[in-house]
Design a protein around this ligand. Structure first.
Ligand code: LLP
Length: 423
């Protein structure tokens, strides 16, 4: 029995891949491919260190559900005490449908529509993470017209380099996110004077797949500087939201654990005399990323003069991360073969050269074999599309030897039905 990168709940036994007490080949045979499978135990195990580290002080772990918004996962996390970080009215509806509490929801995002503000105010979300003065003014107008008060925090852009992929780096001056640190004081003053607005916190989110503690501490220091300046002007905040972004192991990354990260941040918060404040975190990937795999069948092996292509039935529409970020995700055979390994570009059937899942991978495969793309619990199904008229994959949740189909495969008829041809 051997462990694989990322999750202790994914193991190889006698050559076969198992997720908890469930053999992956059996899942693929039962539900078909492409198929996402998630481990409930892995998700619970990923949440525990966040909750442990924050225990004993006011806190809220808000799962950044953009990573994976399946109802079954949301229900599980809500039951475990999580709140949610949302970025759209649709995500709010998903939380409510899953039995999550609106008063545990923080609403992030650079472009909130007025309609979304109204729905969030009616539902009673806990806090809007506001990203611009325009948004602040619009929210004030919307809330006032409804006779409500919007609790807000400003998402401050601390101008810190999270040292991650440029597409998922969000805390630099040149990014579209947040209110610049040097404008934050004025923006808070404006917020404090607006009708329908109540200032309750401060937040930042500097990027995703972050593998070091230092950028977080640097960003936190800048937030606390701001909190202190605000207090000096008579504006006091209850909570500090340190955002999400903690990385996971896809291959050989060694991100800090959630315990380590929070220990460092809480120590800083305490030393600087802010220990009484409520701490919010917004983890997405680190809760679900390594809990999931994408199962796919090898359709065609095509040996070329320059490269060998292993064409599988999952594609960039199911898993966009390699095409979009050049992301490396491990690919493992569900059943190991004794054959000598060859080098393969693992690609999908979509009509684009960018449709690849892994390049130059040593694999012993035959047509009809099943492969698992690892660490596919976050930003995989959530970013799936119907490109090439491919119905989106099914999803199952594994808990020990229990397997639940948590999203059935779309059918092409369902996709066509959405398009009403002119009579
Ligand atoms: N909070 C805010 C305001 C965010 O924008 C994000 C992610 C999170 C929390 C959660 O970050 P996490 O803990 O998951 O790193 N699609 C990309 C990642 C995009 C992240 C966007 N924002 C990928 O596949 O790598």
């Amino acid at each position: 029995m051997s462990a694989l990168p990322g999750s202790p709940f994914l193991r190889r036994r006698d050559g076969a891949l198992w997720l908890e007490e469930t053999e992956l080949s059996a899942l693929a045979r039962r539900f078909g491919t492409p198929l996402f499978a998630y481990s409930a135990s892995a998700i619970r195990a990923a949440l525990a260190p966040y909750q442990r580290a924050l225990a004993g002080r006011p806190n809220l772990v808000c799962y950044a559900m953009k990573a994976n918004s399946n109802q079954a996962l949301l229900r599980m996390l809500a039951a475990a005490g999580c709140g949610f970080d949302i970025v759209s009215g649709g995500e709010l509806q998903r939380v409510l449908a899953a039995g999550g509490r609106a008063d545990r929801v923080v609403f992030s995002g650079v472009g909130k529509a007025r309609r979304e503000m109204e729905v969030a105010l009616s539902a009673g979300v806990r806090c809007f993470n506001v990203e611009s003065t325009s948004e602040l003014d619009a929210l004030s107008a919307v809330a006032s017209a409804m006779g409500k008060t919007a609790a807000i925090s400003l998402r401050v852009n601390p101008d810190v380099d999270a040292k991650t992929h440029p597409y998922i780096s969000t805390g630099l001056r040149g990014n579209k996110f947040g209110v610049a640190h040097d404008q934050a004081l004025d923006t808070y003053r404006r917020a404090a004077s607006l009708p329908g607005i109540r200032v309750v916190g401060v937040d930042c989110h500097i990027g995703s797949q972050i593998t070091a503690i230092e950028p977080y501490v640097e960003a936190l220091d800048r937030l606390l500087d701001l909190v202190e300046s605000l207090e000096a002007t008579g504006i006091s905040l209850q909570h500090v939201d340190v955002g999400g972004g903690l990385g996971i192991t896809y291959t050989d990354e060694t991100p800090p654990s959630a315990d380590e990260l929070l220990r460092a941040l809480l120590a800083r918060i305490d030393t600087r005399g802010h220990g009484h404040r409520e701490i919010l975190v917004e983890p997405g990937r680190s809760l679900v990323g390594n809990a999931g795999v994408l199962l796919t069948e090898v359709l065609v092996l095509k040996r070329g003069t320059e490269r060998n292509f292993c064409i599988v039935d999952a594609a960039m529409n199911d898993l966009l991360r390699p095409a979009l970020y050049n992301a490396w995700m491990a690919i493992e055979p569900c059943q190991q073969r004794g054959d000598p390994a060859e080098r393969w570009d693992v690609v999908g059937p979509i009509c684009e050269s960018g449709d690849w899942l892994g390049r130059d991978r040593p694999l012993a495969v035959r047509e009809g074999d099943l492969l698992a793309v690892l660490s596919a619990g976050a930003y995989a199904m959530a970013m799936a599309s119907n490109y090439n008229s491919r119905p989106r994959a099914a999803e199952v949740l594994v808990d020990g030897d229990q397997v639940t189909l948590v999203r059935r495969r779309e059918t092409i008829e369902e996709l066509i039905q959405l398009e009403q041809p002119r009579a």
